[in-house]
Unconditional design. Sequence first.
Length: 198
Amino acid sequence: MLRRSARALAVLFLAGAPTALLAAPAPAIPGWTVPRPVAMYRFPVADGQLFYEERTDRGQDFATRPGGRVLAIGRARVMTDRGYFPGRTVVLQLLDGPFAGRFVFYGHARRALVRPGQVVRAGQPVSIAGGVGAPHDPGHMEVGFALTQDGVIPQSLSCDHYTRSGGQMHSLMHQLNPYLVGAAPIHDPPRCPPKRRR
């Protein structure tokens, strides 16, 4: 569920329904620059393209324009272009920076724009947002750290599906654009429902 926030710059209403959220051009905060340790990485949505932060679970969920391009966060080798999530899942293995060697999944994609074995640069489009697996939100995407080159994701016993690696991706995205991704992860639901007694 989307939450209202100052990080969403504007909501355009057509026929009484929210249809678009505008992202800030970079730099998002006057005088702000990407911290040097992660400066080789890119925010997964292009400047000026629609973006809205959603919950953090096994990765970072967000909404963007349906059919919008999702970008490689770093220079990487494409491991697979199909897989774990409903629809397409692109998995990259990062080649540079503090997360070199880690696998990154792009889940719920409508279509892959890259092929296994290909090396992509930071900021290169790798998938098309499609909301597959989230029919209520046709621009839904998820980016997170995978456990394997096939895109297997960390599991969680908590009801909000939050994992440490999901928190790591949230933190990275916050460093890349603190205006659009808040310092604290969004948990949905914020509290787990009480267990029923038998």
